[in-house]
Ligand binder design. Structure first.
Ligand code: CTP
Length: 398
């Protein structure tokens, strides 16, 4: 969600300035572009070399650039930014922001900024509790600036109480959560099944399939980036997912996936069934490893529970349901049949006949069919882009 966002981090003279290095690193890791502005007094607490190395750009700290002798254009910088995050914010700079004082570059940018401004106060607990600080914080909030509240904890003075700057990860979480509120799936809860399922034959062997989980994970990230809170139920997959809006529930077999779906289904608004569930499982699990004594063996398989069918026919109320169909022949007809039989709102069809589509590819080529049997065909694309097409189609029908 922070990818390509332009962020100015303002650092003022508090001991908590050391945390700004981590803040810059986390923003950069999220794909944001970062510029750092330091006040004169913050230079005693954190080196501009550290922050410029982490941000990949030169740190600015005065109106006139010392090296070039040029003027640092605060208006251009303010216009460039999507967000201004002042962390840590001292009582001194806070008071100046309230009064509209402008004796350094950071304050000039603050006064020129039209973008959202976040401020994370950091000070000793008595300063934090002082009536003037309380007034200043509420004044800044009246201006529309967004408070990232200080936390309770050990302070540099040795005292314990409020005033400690929020952790960098908490600052980022708050900004992401604000960004989500304006998005089309904000406040929506989404369930996604993804990946293969493995059905154990004996303690070391299983029957499964080649699904990588890429399509389901891409969908989870796409939904989360559109503001949804996602419950991802992921079968055995080597993929790792790290997104503040996605809760990953790892499962091994169909039965575990089914029970988690049962548990979560009532609370969700939208459900995607992207998992390549094993249709069959061994009738008996052999508790000891099967030895290779016989020339041939046979294993009896029994049908697995159809998770999507169970949810859709027995539990569906308000939920929008999206299923997938992987077909090798008579694709459109088979997919329409599944759409109807499984009581779906949309079905995403991918054919194994298309080059570059299907299991374990980074790309996929899909058609989406809606309840009215309209068919929307898409080109071969990266699975992240396919996920974007699917989520856009879903947004059209909710
Ligand atoms: N599905 C499921 N549980 C199963 C089988 C399938 O939840 N035991 C879901 C899949 O996640 C997919 C949809 O049902 O969204 C269709 O899956 P697919 O394997 O294409 O169809 P099946 O119903 O299994 O039919 P067939 O394998 O005979 O084509």
């Amino acid at each position: 969600m922070l990818k390509d966002k332009k962020i100015i981090i303002g650092v003022t003279g508090s001991i908590a300035a050391y945390k700004s290095a981590e803040l810059v690193r986390l923003f950069k890791k999220s794909g944001a572009q970062v510029r750092v502005i330091q006040t004169e007094s913050s230079l005693d607490f954190v080196s501009p070399l550290t922050l410029s190395t982490l941000s990949g750009t030169r740190v600015l700290s005065s109106m006139i650039d010392v090296e070039s002798g040029e003027w640092n254009n605060h208006v251009d910088l303010a216009i460039w930014a999507d967000f201004l995050v002042i962390a840590p914010l001292t009582a001194n700079t806070m008071a100046k922001m309230v009064k509209g004082e402008c004796d350094n570059l950071l304050l000039a940018i603050y006064l020129s900024a039209k973008c959202p401004v976040y401020f994370a106060p950091a000070m000793d607990l008595d300063m934090y509790k002082h009536q003037s600080t309380i007034n200043n914080i509420s004044k800044l909030r009246e201006f529309g600036n967004r408070l990232i509240p200080s936390k309770f904890g050990e302070l540099a003075s040795g005292l314990v109480g409020e005033g400690r700057m929020a952790e960098p990860s908490e600052i980022i979480d708050q900004i992401i959560s604000d960004l989500s509120k304006d998005l089309p799936l904000s406040s929506k809860r989404v369930l996604i099944t993804a990946g293969p399922t493995y059905e154990a034959i004996d303690p070391v062997r299983f029957i499964g399939n080649r699904s990588s989980g890429k399509m389901g994970v891409a969908l989870a990230i796409e939904c989360a980036n559109h503001g949804a809170n996602v419950e991802l139920i992921l079968g055995p997959s080597s993929l790792s997912v790290n997104h503040s809006n996605i809760k990953v529930n790892r499962v091994e077999n169909t039965n575990e996936m089914y029970h988690l779906c049962l548990e979560k289904f009532d609370d969700v608004d939208i459900a995607f069934f992207a998992a390549a569930v094993s249709d069959y499982k061994p009738k008996h699990f052999v508790s000891e490893k099967i030895k290779k004594q016989k020339d041939s063996i046979s294993i009896e398989f029994v049908k697995n529970i159809d998770i999507l069918y169970e949810m859709s026919l027995k539990k569906k109320e308000h939920q929008i349901m999206v299923g997938f169909a992987l077909e090798t022949f008579n694709e459109i007809e088979n997919a329409k049949e599944k759409l109807k039989n499984k009581n779906l709102d949309l079905i995403v069809l991918n054919s194994l006949n298309d080059n570059g589509a299907g299991f374990d590819y980074a790309t996929n080529k899909v058609s989406i069919i809606d309840k009215q049997n309209n068919i929307f065909k898409f080109d071969l694309k990266d699975k992240t882009m396919v996920a974007n097409d699917i989520v856009n189609k879903l947004i059209e029908i909710i």
